[in-house]
Design a protein around this ligand. Structure first.
Ligand SMILES: *Cc1c(COP(=O)(O)O)cnc(C)c1O
Ligand code: SF4
Length: 409
């Protein structure tokens, strides 16, 4: 009888999530895939292209939408919206791949992908800093950012498949695509060779997967040839914005240099589509270890059920949620910021309500390049008698002694 009651109680916890899910758009559901297919046809007509071209990642990059005129033929825009985009684009560039734009539901003014991809007048707010992380100040040589004892970042390009309005690297994005020069890459690799304490190298950008296969594979091969480098990581959003980029050729080329970890940035369940699922399966089948680094974004995923659903759906395509980033104070993106409390509430909800595998670490990138700070909600408090009062995931209070044995419930 007692077990039965407990069963019912546990079941009741899932009700709110089940209800909330009905209102969260998901990229793999029937309605959403039909909408995207319709938009795809519209775009192909506009560009006089066919499905073969659609599936070609070069075509996707070369035909990124970056004029209001083209955009208004794909999505209905008011005169005001058109004027706002024109104002914003003279300060911050924008470009959206045909694939990513096809995922926007034209009928939903609150569409999460629309908010991520389409310029907003709020970007012109004067708030925020240019380089709060002082990345420029942590660059010993070449294209390196180093803040930690045993690992560093090498920045190989500033190009991306689509530009995110919330980009936390907006400083690098600039106004034109450029690939980091051969000399800077060579200097960076030389630095890693000379620093035997570096065992973990992150290749990032921009988006490294916008490089041609041979260029990227050459960089990876050179890093792999350094004996003290244990793991290589690639940070990319291409599986989200241009999943066509994950080709057999790329995967076969890169997998010679395992262990390679690939961290992506899915921010909303609507971004997980049949195409991105296919791309991630190809990567996972070929031994890449997949992680996700979500950015916590006001009006997009600052909701515990959206994050729960996103993380559960990521696990289904073998991506382990790794980090949730608290949005930094970066010029042009401050309207996406949330309070730290919003993030902590989400983390508190996840613990217990979903698999531990679906729970990433919530981190803040400390200003001035002081490194990542994990943000944890307080679930314990030391008592005057030396015991510790804990709160369980359900909010039950228990008192434990210093060595963790039960004192009192
Ligand atoms: C985030 C970051 C890393 C990687 O940190 P992990 O916690 O190991 O994922 C490395 N270098 C820099 C400069 C970073 O900002
Ligand atoms: S893909 Fe990454 S680097 Fe590129 S615009 Fe988006 S957040 Fe910025």
């Amino acid at each position: 009888m007692k077990n039965k009651q407990r069963d019912m109680q546990l079941q009741s916890y899932t009700c709110n999530f089940v209800n909330a899910q009905k209102d969260i758009p998901v990229g793999t559901n029937h309605l959403q895939t039909i909408l995207a297919k319709k938009q795809q046809e519209k775009i192909l007509n506009l560009f006089h292209a066919d499905e073969n071209l659609w599936n070609n990642w070069h075509w996707q990059i070369n035909n990124r939408i970056c004029s209001v005129q083209t955009l208004s033929q794909i999505l209905p825009l008011s005169d005001n919206e058109i004027q706002c985009i024109k104002k914003v684009e003279s300060y911050f560039r924008w470009a959206i791949s045909p694939y990513y734009i096809s995922l926007i539901n034209p009928q939903n003014p609150q569409d999460p992908i629309r908010k991520i991809a389409i310029p907003d007048i709020k970007e012109l707010s004067a708030d925020g800093e240019f380089d709060p992380m002082d990345e420029a100040g942590h660059n010993p040589t070449g294209a390196i950012t180093r803040r930690y004892p045993d690992r560093l970042i090498i920045n190989v390009t500033n190009a991306c498949g689509s530009y995110c309005r919330h980009c936390q690297r907006r400083r690098n994005i600039g106004t034109q695509d450029f690939v980091t020069g051969q000399d800077k890459i060579a200097q960076s690799i030389q630095y890693i060779k000379e620093h035997t304490e570096i065992r973990d190298v992150l290749i990032t950008g921009g988006d490294p997967l916008t490089l041609e296969d041979d260029v990227l594979i050459k960089i990876v091969a050179e890093i792999r040839s350094i004996p003290h480098v244990e793991i290589i990581r690639i940070g990319t959003r291409m599986p989200v914005v241009v999943p066509q980029r994950i080709t057999e050729d790329l995967v076969n080329g890169l997998k010679q240099y395992h262990p390679i970890y690939i961290n992506m940035q899915f921010n909303h369940p609507q971004e997980i589509t049949p195409q991105s699922t296919y791309a991630c399966n190809l990567l996972a089948d070929n031994g890449f270890v997949l992680g996700n680094q979500m950015v916590l974004l006001n009006g997009i995923n600052d909701d515990k059920y959206v994050v729960q659903l996103l993380n559960q759906n990521l696990l289904k395509i073998r991506i382990r949620p790794y980090y949730i980033f608290h949005a930094k104070n970066i010029i042009g993106t401050t309207h996406f910021r949330t309070s730290i409390q919003t993030g902590l509430d989400i983390m508190k909800h996840l613990r217990g309500n979903t698999s531990g595998l679906a729970i990433p670490t919530y981190v803040l990138n400390a200003p001035r390049g002081a490194g990542k700070i994990p943000l944890n909600y307080r679930n314990y408090q030391e008592l005057s008698d030396g015991n510790i009062l804990f709160e369980t995931w359900e909010g039950k209070k228990i008192i434990l002694s210093k060595d963790g044995s039960l004192v009192n419930e």
